[in-house]
Write a protein that binds this ligand. Structure first.
Ligand code: PMP
Length: 420
């Protein structure tokens, strides 16, 4: 069977996990949707760069200049990876959560925002938190239904700034959303669209141009880079006009003490406007290295590998009595390498602990920071108030580059054993 190319080897390969029964076993990392392991190649490129590490922008020394150049080149690499338009900005942030909050802070005053209730909390919550008028859309039961729901909500717009925020692939069901169609619907009604690509970008190529989205956000730590950096890329106008995300050094052009005793500021209008403070140069460099690695390996090789394993996983789980897969769009929907399920009559949180302690398998349990969606999929009433540690829990398996088929076979066998 074709494997993923060795350029996509991950650092966690071969790590061993202790078993509660004694001894240890090769760890099966099946929680890539939370944080993917780092690509060996990314780590090596960061190590090669490390001696040249220096503060960016104003430093005139050799290392500062080199670091500034690498930092700015990392922006260009990300822009190419996302197939951005020439005038788009690439802002380095801390994460997808940070990127979406930054955009929420930059939106014009009085913006209307449309968001499906099925979103990860990072995409669901920033808009109201920053004082915008939010319309929450119901969970659709098919991609076509999603477009129809968005279309009828957007049709209520009567001018003024508006934004639709949608995920590219669900972090709960892995299902892929009809982004190009939603972008067209948003634009037909004079709204803009931001794509939460936290789960899509690690698994599928994302083209800002082809999808015709206005902004895209993703996290380095889900894209095989280490923690600490993310991206918000897209149209410059609202970013250049919007409130700077943080006030501080680097984001300013001119700062003056005024005769009246106050202080005046003229803010930068390029990416620096939203990158106040010393930026995470290593994080940006690592994201760029991951983008290069995925591009050079060929995304399609990775998609083929993942889809083959995903079919094995879903068939295997479907054959275990009591197992139900969580899905909005139905079993045939296109999805990335993420699958959530429950085992009837069992404490699913406890099962996740047993998978770790008895089988050396790392999955995720709970509601995956998408509580309205998981409540709906588990049939809980809308006003149920369980938190992630309560009885309302599902299990999530997610994987990607470097995952051997054996890890998924082991997971299916372990679930069958624990469910029996
Ligand atoms: N959106 C989606 C769809 C996600 O899966 C996640 C992470 N689980 C986020 C946003 C938030 O990403 P981060 O924690 O890196 O900010």
């Amino acid at each position: 069977a074709p494997a993923t190319p060795t350029t996509l080897d991950v650092l966690s390969a071969g790590v061993r996990a202790p078993l509660a029964t004694g001894g240890d076993i090769e760890y099966a990392a099946l929680d890539y949707a939370a944080s993917a392991p780092v690509l060996r190649r990314v780590w090596e490129e960061v190590a090669e760069y490390a001696p040249y590490y220096g503060s960016v922008h104003r430093g005139t020394g050799h290392l500062s200049r080199l670091s500034t150049e690498l930092f700015e080149r990392s922006r260009e690499t990300v822009a190419r990876f996302l197939d951005c338009r020439p005038a788009d900005q690439v802002v380095f942030t801390r994460s997808t959560t940070d990127s979406l909050n930054l955009l929420a802070a930059a939106l014009p005053a009085g913006s209307r925002v449309f968001v499906f209730e099925t979103e990860h909390h990072a995409a669901l919550l920033p808009w109201a938190h920053h004082g915008h008028h939010v319309t929450y859309l119901d969970a659709p039961d098919s991609p076509e239904h999603a477009v129809a729901l968005a279309e009828s909500a957007l049709a209520t717009l009567r001018g003024g700034p508006a934004l639709l925020c949608v995920t590219g692939a669900s972090n709960v069901t892995g299902e892929i959303w009809p982004i190009a169609e939603l972008a067209a619907a948003a634009h037909r009604h004079g709204a803009r669209i931001v794509l939460d690509a936290a789960q899509l970008a690690p698994h599928r190529p994302v083209s800002v141009r082809e999808l015709d989205v206005d902004w895209v956000a993703f996290s380095g730590h889900k894209l095989y880079a280490p923690f600490g950096a993310g991206v918000l890329a897209g149209r410059a106008d609202w970013l250049a006009d919007g409130e700077p995300y943080l006030a501080g050094g680097g984001a300013t052009r001119v700062v003056n003490r005024l005769a009246d005793g106050g202080v005046s500021v003229r803010w930068a209008t390029d990416e620096a406007r939203h990158e106040a403070g010393s930026p995470n140069v290593i994080g940006a460099f690592a994201i760029a290295a991951a983008c290069r690695a995925l591009t050079e390996a060929g995304h399609q090789t990775l998609v083929d590998h993942e889809q083959r394993l995903l079919a094995r996983l879903r068939d295997g789980l479907a054959a275990v009595p009591g197992v139900t897969e969580l899905s909005l769009f139905g079993p045939a929907a296109d999805r990335v390498a993420v699958a959530s399920f429950t085992v009837a009559g069992r404490d699913n949180g406890q099962l996740a602990v047993q998978l770790s302690e008895r089988h050396g398998i790392g999955v995720r349990s709970g509601m995956f920071c998408a509580q309205p969606l998981v409540r709906k999929l588990l049939g809980a009433s809308a006003d149920s108030a369980e938190d992630c540690d309560g009885p309302l829990q599902a299990l999530r398996v997610s994987f990607g580059a470097g995952t051997p088929e054996e890890h998924l076979t082991r997971l299916v066998d372990a679930v069958a054993e624990l469910a029996a």
